[in-house]
Design a protein around this ligand. Sequence first.
Ligand SMILES: Cc1cc2nc3c(=O)[nH]c(=O)nc-3n(C[C@H](O)[C@H](O)[C@H](O)COP(=O)(O)OP(=O)(O)OC[C@H]3O[C@@H](n4cnc5c(N)ncnc54)[C@H](O)[C@@H]3O)c2cc1C
Length: 325
Amino acid sequence: MPRVSVVGAGVVGLTCAVRLAEAGTDVDVLARDMPLETTSAVAGGLWLPYRADPPHDVVRWARATFTTLREHAGDERTGVRLLPGRLLHRRSTPEPYWAPALRDIVPLRAVDAPAAGYALGWQADVPLVHTPTYLTYLTHRLRAAGGTLTRLALPALPGQGTVVNCTGLAARALADDAAVTPARGQVALLTDPGLAEWLVDDGRDPGSRPPHGGLTYVLPRGKDVVVGGTDEDGAWSTSVDSEQGLQVLARARALVPALAEARLLGHRVGLRPVRPSVRLELRSRVGEDGRDQHTVHCYGHGGAGWTLAWGCADDVLALVRQLSP
Ligand SMILES: Cc1cc2nc3c(=O)[nH]c(=O)nc-3n(C[C@H](O)[C@H](O)[C@H](O)COP(=O)(O)OP(=O)(O)OC[C@H]3O[C@@H](n4cnc5c(N)ncnc54)[C@H](O)[C@@H]3O)c2cc1C
C-alpha cells in the first residue's frame, strides 16, 4: 500500500491512521490541533447515532464501532466502559432507525415505566468512552505501529501522494465543501458521584424543548460526568456561554438529582461537523508532481464521530488498499 498522509487528529483521523498503520501502511498524521485539543476531546463519548447520515451506512459503521469498543471495555488504558443506560422520550416514538446496529450485539429493550413525564424509553448497554483517555490510547497505538503525529496547520490538502482527509468541520474550507456546517455544543464536566447508568432525554416535547435545541444527557465516565447539552446550527463561537452553562446544569440536575452533590469541573464547547451525509469517498486526479494523487475524504460525522469511527476506518482502509503503491 502507498505511504499515506492523514490530515486531522480527532477521533476519525486517529482511528483511520491506526487502522492503516496496523495494516502495514506508512502513516503520517498532520494536524493543526493535537488530539486533546479537538472537538473529539470535548465530546461525551457515548455510542449513540446522532445527527449523522445516511441511515444504512450509519447502522453499518455504528455496529462495527460498537464491536471494537466493546472489546476495549474494561481495559483501563482505553477509558471505555460498557454501561447500561436509558434513552427517554417525552412522547411516543418509533424504535430508533439505528436499532439494527445493536441486534446481534445487545438487545435494545423498551423500558416498561420510563419515569414520570416520559411516554417511552429504550434501554441498552452501550460503550461510553472517556474521550481524552481514548485519544491518548489511539496516539500510543499509532506510534507503536510506526505512525507519526505532527502539529501542522495546512493551508490546503497536500497536492500529491495519498491523503486521507479527516478534518471535520475544517473540510468546509480545505475541501471547498459548504455542505459541512457547525452545530455548536456546550457541555459541563462534573465529578462522578458513582452513577450507575447513562441517561439521554431527547427533549422532543415542544413545551419543554431546551433552549438552543438538543438533548439533555448525563454521561458518567468514572473520572468525570459529562452533562449536556446544546445544539445550535450555524453557531461558530467556541467560547463558553455562562447563561447556557447554568441551564445545562439545571436540566441535568433535574434529570439526575444525585448530581446535586457533584463538583463542577468546568464547561467545554465543541462544533459538531454536521453534513447531510458523511462524506466517505475516494477522489483521484493528477497531482502537482504529475503523478496520480488520491484523496480519501472522511468527514461530516455530526454528533456521532465516536459512534462511527471504527466502521468508517474499515472503509477507508478498503479504499486505500485498492490503490497501487
Ligand atoms: C458537545 C459535543 C458532544 C458530543 N458527544 C458525542 C457523543 O457522545 N458521541 C459521539 O459519537 N459523538 C459526539 N459528538 C460528535 C463528535 O465529537 C464529532 O463527530 C467528532 O469529534 C468528529 O471527529 P473528527 O475527527 O472528524 O473531527 P475533529 O475532532 O474536529 O478533528 C479534526 C482534526 O482536523 C484538524 N485540522 C483542521 N484543519 C486543519 C488544517 N488546516 N491543517 C491540519 N489539520 C487540520 C484539526 O486540528 C483536528 O485535529 C459530540 C460533539 C460535541 C460538540
